[in-house]
Design a protein around this ligand. Structure first.
Ligand SMILES: NC(=O)c1ccc[n+]([C@@H]2O[C@H](COP(=O)([O-])OP(=O)(O)OC[C@H]3O[C@@H](n4cnc5c(N)ncnc54)[C@H](O)[C@@H]3O)[C@@H](O)[C@H]2O)c1
Length: 351
C-alpha cells in the first residue's frame, strides 16, 4: 500500500478551496503546503494545519511536495507550471492551460522534455455522465455523428462584473466558460476542422463578448453550432442543467447538448437516447426513448483521484497539456473567425 501522495496547493482561492475539500476526505493523498501571496492564505494554511509560503518557488524547495495543484490566476498558469516541472513535480493545472497558444506550446514542450506529467483541470470530462456519453458516441450507438447542438445561455448578475478584469478584453465568456463546452465537444465529437463565428458585446457594452454564435465543422464531417450568452434569463447551460455544482439551481429536464447521428440521438445531461425500433425507421414511425444510466460521483473528486494515479505514473493524463492546448487553439480560431468574418482552422498542436 502506497503512503498518501503529498500534494501542495498553489492558489488557495475559491477553486483551490474546492480542491482542498475533496483532498481532505481522500486517503490516497494529503495536503502538505499552501503557496499563495493573498491576504487570506496564511490563516487558511494554519486552519488546514500545513505550512504557508507566499512564493511557490520557495514552497517547492522547502516543502518538496510529490505533486501540486495550481489554481492561481490564468495569466500565471504556464510560468507556475514550468517552475513545477523544472522541480520534477507533476501538476494538476486549472483550466485554461494558458492564456495564449505560444505559452501553452512552451508548457507542452517542457512536459514532454522533462517526462513530468501535467493534467489540465477540464474536470467535466471526469463526470460519470460524460464518461457514459463518450462510450455511447464512440461505440457507434448513435450511428454516424451528423449534427451537434450546444447551448450555453444563462445570466450572470451585474455584480459579477464589478471585478474589473471580468470586463476586460480576452477575459470574456469564451475563455472563462465556453472553453468547458468546447473542450467537451472535442472530447465527445472529435477534433474541429474549422469554425465560423459572430460575437457581440451589445448587451453589456464591455470590452469582451457577452454573446457568441459559433458554427463548427468536425474532422469526421459532423456539423455543429454553439450559441452562448451570459446576459440572458434562460435555463440552457451545463451549469444550470447538469447539477454538477450545487451553487446553481438545477433544471434537470433542460438539455445543453444535443448529439444526433444516423442511428440515434442523445440529449445531455439527461442521457436520454432516441432510436427507431425498425432498421429503416423514419419520420412516420415513433422514436423510442431510453434512459441511459450513469454514476453520481463528483467530477472534481474523480479528477483528483485520477491525478494521484497520474502523479504516480500509473496512467496517462486524461487531459494532457497538448490536449488542453487544442481546446485553447479552438478558442483562438473562434476569436479570429469573429474578427475577420472568415472560416478559420484551429492551429495544430504537436504532442
Ligand atoms: N474548473 C473550473 O470549473 C473552474 C472554476 C473556477 C475557476 N477555475 C480556475 O481556477 C483558477 C483560480 O480561479 P478562482 O476562481 O479560484 O480565483 P480566485 O481569485 O478565487 O483565487 C485565485 C487565488 O490565487 C492566488 N494567487 C494570486 N497570485 C498568486 C501567485 N503568484 N501564487 C500563488 N497564488 C496566487 C490569489 O491570492 C487567490 O487566492 C483560475 O485559473 C480559473 O480559471 C476553474
Amino acid at each position: 500500500m502506497n503512503s498518501p501522495l503529498r500534494i501542495a496547493l498553489i492558489g488557495a482561492g475559491s477553486m483551490g478551496q474546492q480542491h482542498y475539500q475533496h483532498l481532505q476526505s481522500m486517503t490516497e493523498a494529503t495536503l502538505c503546503a499552501v503557496a499563495d501571496p493573498g491576504p487570506q492564505a496564511a490563516s487558511l494554511a494554519a486552519e488546514w494545519g500545513v505550512a504557508h509560503f507566499a512564493d511557490h518557488r520557495q514552497m517547492l524547495e522547502q516543502a518538496k511536495p510529490d505533486a501540486v495543484i495550481v489554481a492561481n490566476p490564468n495569466t500565471l498558469h504556464v510560468s507556475t507550471a514550468l517552475d513545477c516541472l523544472a522541480a520534477g513535480v507533476p501538476v494538476l493545472l486549472e483550466k485554461p492551460v494558458g492564456v495564449h497558444l505560444d505559452e501553452a506550446r512552451e508548457l507542452v514542450a517542457a512536459s514532454k522534455a522533462s517526462g513530468v506529467p501535467v493534467l489540465v483541470g477540464h474536470h467535466r470530462r471526469h463526470n460519470p455522465l460524460i464518461v457514459r456519453a463518450h462510450e455511447l458516441v464512440h461505440s457507434g450507438a448513435l450511428g454516424r455523428l451528423t449534427t451537434v447542438t450546444a447551448l450555453w445561455q444563462l445570466r450572470k448578475p451585474d455584480s459579477y462584473f464589478e471585478t474589473p478584469w471580468r470586463r476586460e478584453a480576452g477575459a470574456g465568456m469564451l475563455l472563462t466558460n465556453l472553453i468547458h463546452d468546447l473542450d467537451l465537444l472535442r472530447h465527445l465529437c472529435g477534433e474541429v476542422r474549422q469554425v465560423q463565428a459572430i460575437t457581440s458585446n451589445a448587451m453589456r457594452g464591455f470590452a469582451n463578448e457577452d454573446c457568441a454564435a459559433v458554427l463548427l465543422q468536425f474532422d469526421n464531417g459532423a456539423l455543429g453550432s454553439l450559441t452562448g450568452s451570459d446576459a440572458v434569463a434562460a435555463p440552457w447551460s451545463w451549469e444550470l442543467d447538469s447539477g454538477e455544482n450545487p451553487v446553481y439551481p438545477q433544471h434537470p429536464e433542460q438539455p445543453c447538448y444535443l448529439l444526433a447521428g444516423t442511428g440515434g440521438a442523445l440529449s445531455i445531461p439527461q442521457l436520454k437516447r432516441w432510436q427507431y425500433t425498425e432498421a429503416d425507421g423514419g419520420w412516420h414511425q415513433p422514436l423510442l426513448a431510453t434512459q441511459e444510466r450513469f454514476g453520481t460521483e463528483e467530477a472534481l473528486r474523480l479528477q483528483l483521484q485520477h491525478f494521484v494515479r497520474v502523479a504516480r505514473r500509473e496512467v496517462e493524463p486524461l487531459v494532457s497539456a497538448a490536449d488542453a492546448a487544442r481546446t485553447l487553439a479552438l478558442i483562438e480560431a473562434i476569436r479570429e473567425a469573429a474578427e475577420t468574418g472568415r472560416a478559420c482552422a484551429p492551429s495544430l498542436i504537436e504532442g
